[in-house]
Write a new protein. Structure first.
Ligand code: MG
Length: 369
């Protein structure tokens, strides 16, 4: 059975504050991700995007993300229901799938399961059980229980026989429903058939959703030779040690790994490019200053760290007692809570250069947005 997809992309995005369908997801607009989710499913024939009149040019520009599929832009209407009907009129396959433009992550398996359900039961609606308890509230108090097992959270794509969905519209003219399954139930009292939904298939709604989706990951690494003199600095804290680092700056391997992780997450060149060891300005410099400069490089791109995790590899001394101080020091430079900074210490078990006490190394992973 072939299916056409109607992507509802004409909403006003009021809750998100701006046009969420244009939101940048790893370099391409959110709506392009939604379109491409359907382009890889062989039984999908046409992708029909219902757009606001002022977005039609943008929506048409996403045709390449539909791959080999037919791709049409249809003008939306005042309500979601009427907009979907406009899309429905442009469809021609036996089945239609109605999908929210702001749901970029349905898998091919889910889309296929919905089409299979339309084939067998004339309809298919993905839904998930609720995780939270549901209560009836009245004037700020919980007054009654609701049987959670009888409730489902409904997703899209919702699949129907095209003719049946047209009939449901004809039977309910001008009536607004929050989704097609409610309209379908008017002429099919047995209701639309449930297909297991997917946790990942979220509808992007709030700024918080965007921030999480757009987080960038970075990793960094550094190693410094240890010598029987000099200072040992780690995470901006001086360590009482019989050996120190041999380096151009203060040799803080942990901060250097962290700087590289931050620069990497921001898509920037590495620490050696930004702060070359041939530059006399960085002779013996406190690495905390380099970290502060790195924060400014990120800030210029409106990026900030969210979460930081560091492993320091050193044979001796033990670093356990220094870790709380390190976290406070990094917290003050990074501008995030010490709870969002993890620092752990490992020895080299006498094995490699760290294990033989010849070097201190560090690895860092960061999330920024
Ligand atoms: Mg270094």
């Amino acid at each position: 059975m072939k299916a056409d997809v109607i992507i509802a992309a004409s909403g006003a995005s009021v809750r998100a504050g701006s046009d969420k369908l244009r939101f940048d997801l790893g370099g391409i607009p959110l709506l392009a991700r939604t379109v491409s989710a359907f382009s890889s499913v062989p039984r999908v024939e046409n992708i029909i995007v219902v757009a606001r009149a002022d977005s039609e040019e943008f929506v048409s520009s996403l045709a390449a993300y539909a791959g080999e599929k037919g791709y049409k832009t249809v003008t939306g209407a005042a309500t979601r229901s009427e907009s979907v009907l406009n899309g429905l009129k442009a469809a021609s396959s036996e089945a239609v799938l109605v999908h929210d433009g702001a749901r970029p992550y349905p898998t091919a398996a889910l889309i296929n399961a919905v089409i299979d359900s339309v084939e067998r039961y004339s309809s298919g609606v993905p839904a998930l059980p609720l995780n939270d308890s549901v209560r009836i509230a009245h004037r700020g108090a919980l007054t009654g229980e609701f049987p959670r097992d009888s409730l489902l959270s409904v997703q899209t794509p919702q699949g129907y026989l095209r003719e049946e969905l047209l009939k449901a519209y004809a039977a309910t003219p001008g009536k607004e429903f929050t989704d097609e399954s409610a309209r379908y139930a008017v002429i099919h009292p047995e209701g639309a058939r449930v297909v297991p939904g997917e946790e990942r298939n979220i509808k992007v709604t709030s700024y918080g959703d965007f921030a999480a989706l757009n987080a960038k990951i970075g990793i960094g690494y550094d190693i410094h030779r240890l010598v029987p003199f000099g200072k040992l600095m780690l995470c901006g804290v001086e360590i009482a040690s019989e050996t120190g680092t041999l380096a151009h700056s203060d040799g803080d391997a942990a901060i250097h790994a962290l700087i590289d992780a931050l620069l990497s997450a921001a898509g920037e060149a590495d620490i050696g490019t930004w702060f070359p060891d041939t530059d006399p300005r960085y002779d013996g410099i406190d690495s905390s200053i380099l970290l502060t400069k790195t924060m400014a490089i990120l800030a210029a791109k409106n990026l900030r760290p969210v979460s930081v995790s560091i492993i320091i590899r050193l044979e001796r001394p033990k670093l356990k007692e220094y870790i709380p101080v390190m976290k406070v020091k990094l917290s003050s430079i990074l501008g995030i809570s010490a709870d969002n900074i993890g620092v752990s210490a490992k020895t080299g078990e006498g094995l490699d250069s760290v294990g033989k006490g010849l070097a201190v190394a560090a690895e860092a992973a960061v999330l920024i947005n």
